[in-house]
Design a protein around this ligand. Structure first.
Ligand code: DPN
Ligand code: ZN
Length: 310
């Protein structure tokens, strides 16, 4: 009798210990190493330098960017495909990468645009989001994350020409495929040099977007960063997903808008100056990045993906 009770107690303790040890391991998102993200940005800069100074739709620097990101994902075991489309007399490309496993009927998509404007290399707009989701993808593999949901990444072409690539992608999906996508998270400009910390407002977005907004906000709260909501409207690639009724969310560190005095109080930086003075300009180089903003956003991307896809 005594032995049996002792044995039962020991089993309970062992069970509890196992459960306690397993839970954080399954849920804890990795802290993304910003040095890795910056290394990817250096690669985008090199690609622009070698291709006439930009990575724009229809220019060789764009396809070189696609091929380079694809090679990193292929090496990490993602299933990749390149979807082409035609716009403005040139072929454009979306890169789509699926992480093996997870429930194919419950899909979480993370994306950002990979093209620049013709004026410059597009390192903040949108090397930043592109490099960050790439590093988060690589860390899924590196940490052995096995989410319940299926995870897909998209690097969209020709955003700067009017959200062309993401619109083509969404239009290519059957209504069944669209209904399987439970969340779309967009990352466009996450390393602005005079940064704000904006989370896309769920107001006016498909139902389900509020949970994504709140998860992104919780990610920033977990690293003690204050945020503001922003209405990005139709200004980036989430728009096509929202039109299809898919819950959307995202983060943004600001573009041509100017930081107010109140925002400078809250976040530091320079009041009365644009969040990104090199927005759509030739000076959007690797010098046009605030490493702290880049790092914080990358950490929040990982936090949100781990929480949404778990
Ligand atoms: N995608 C850029 C634009 O179309 O102007 C910048 C931007 C990103 C604006 C995210 C708003 C939100
Ligand atoms: Zn842009």
């Amino acid at each position: 009798m005594r032995i049996l009770i002792a044995l039962a107690a020991a089993l309970t303790v062992a069970g509890a210990t196992t459960a306690q040890a397993a839970a954080p391991a399954a849920l804890a998102a990795p802290n993304i190493n910003v040095a890795n993200v910056r290394a990817h940005l250096n690669q985008f800069q090199s690609i622009a330098n070698a291709n006439g100074g930009n990575r724009a739709h229809g220019r060789p620097g764009y396809l070189a960017s696609v091929n380079w990101v694809k090679s990193k994902l292929d090496a990490a075991g993602f299933t990749t495909r390149v979807q082409s489309f035609t716009y403005g007399g040139a072929t454009g490309y979306n890169l789509i990468a699926d992480y093996p496993g997870g429930d194919a009927n419950n899909v979480v998509v993370l994306g950002g645009h990979l093209d620049s404007v013709t004026a410059g290399p597009g390192i903040n707009d949108n090397g930043s989001g592109s490099a960050s989701i790439l590093e988060v993808a690589l860390q899924m593999k590196a940490t052995g994350f096995q989410p319940t949901k299926h995870v897909r990444f998209g690097w969209w072409g020709a955003e700067e020409r009017g959200l062309i690539g993401s619109t083509n992608y969404v239009n290519s999906l059957s209504s069944t495929d669209k209904s399987k996508i439970k969340a779309y998270l967009n990352f466009d400009m996450t390393g602005s040099p005079n940064p704000g910390y904006f989370v896309y407002s769920a107001s006016g977005q498909p139902s389900g977007s509020l949970a994504l907004q709140q998860r992104l906000q919780a990610g920033f709260t977990s690293i003690n960063v204050q945020t503001e909501l922003t209405s990005v409207g139709g200004r980036s690639d989430h728009a096509a997903f929202a039109r299809a009724g898919i819950p959307i969310g995202g983060t943004f560190t600001g573009a041509e808008g100017r930081k107010t005095a109140a925002q400078a109080q809250k976040w530091g930086g320079t009041a009365g100056q644009a969040f990104d003075r090199c927005y759509h300009a030739s000076c959007d180089t690797t010098s046009n990045i605030n490493a702290t903003a880049l790092d914080r956003n990358a950490d929040v991307i990982a936090y949100t993906l781990w929480a949404t896809a778990a």
